[in-house]
Design a protein around this ligand. Structure first.
Ligand code: RP5
Length: 176
């Protein structure tokens, strides 16, 4: 039986060197009040751990997995092949990346049947928001928090529109 402290999102990464990039996923989940767990699972260096993690995730009540990796980034796709849970992939520009495209394409170009929801390079915050959106589709309280977050973004941008206008920038669109 899941409690409010039972992690709903599993954040995994290929190395602790990915943590500075992946931390924003944890931070935004905290902001939404969603319990998460965070650990290192390497597809290449700990393949048996990766298999165990992915195969046990659903039974442990996780609802979404966020997987970040750099370079030859096989972790998200391999985990997705081993679990029925949605997997969000975060391409990480790391020490063994050429320019980041290697990680992006490794995670993005999945074969038919095994999707990974891939966010932009280093975009762990968006991975956290997407995980919250998935959970929010079934949990009204979380869904309301995601909606409020997006409404706040809209307010912020409209404030910038007003500021530009007040600063004298020509704007025929926002007449009033
Ligand atoms: C990948 O190799 C990890 O996800 C990390 O981005 C990269 C480098 O790992 P370290 O050599 O820093 O442990 O598997």
């Amino acid at each position: 039986m899941a409690t409010s402290n039972t992690p709903l999102v599993g954040i995994i990464m290929g190395s602790d060197s990915d943590l500075p990039v992946m931390q924003p996923a944890a931070d935004i989940l905290t902001q939404f009040g969603i319990a998460y767990e965070l650990t290192v699972v390497s597809a290449h260096r700990t393949p048996k751990r990766m298999m165990q993690y992915a195969e046990q995730a659903a039974a442990r009540q996780l609802k979404v997995i966020i997987a970040g990796a750099g370079g030859a980034a096989h972790l998200p796709g391999m985990v997705a092949s081993l679990t029925p849970l949605p997997v969000i992939g975060v391409p990480v520009k790391s020490s063994n990346s050429i320019d980041g495209w290697d990680s992006v394409l490794s995670i993005l170009q999945m074969p038919n049947g095994i999707p990974v929801a891939t966010v932009a390079l280093n975009a762990a915050k968006n991975a956290g928001i997407l995980a919250a959106s998935i959970i929010g589709a079934f949990d009204a309280a979380v869904g309301a928090k995601v909606a409020a977050y997006k409404a706040a973004l809209e307010e912020e941008v409209l404030g910038k529109v007003d500021k530009l206008k007040a600063g004298g920038q020509p704007n025929g669109f926002d007449k009033s």
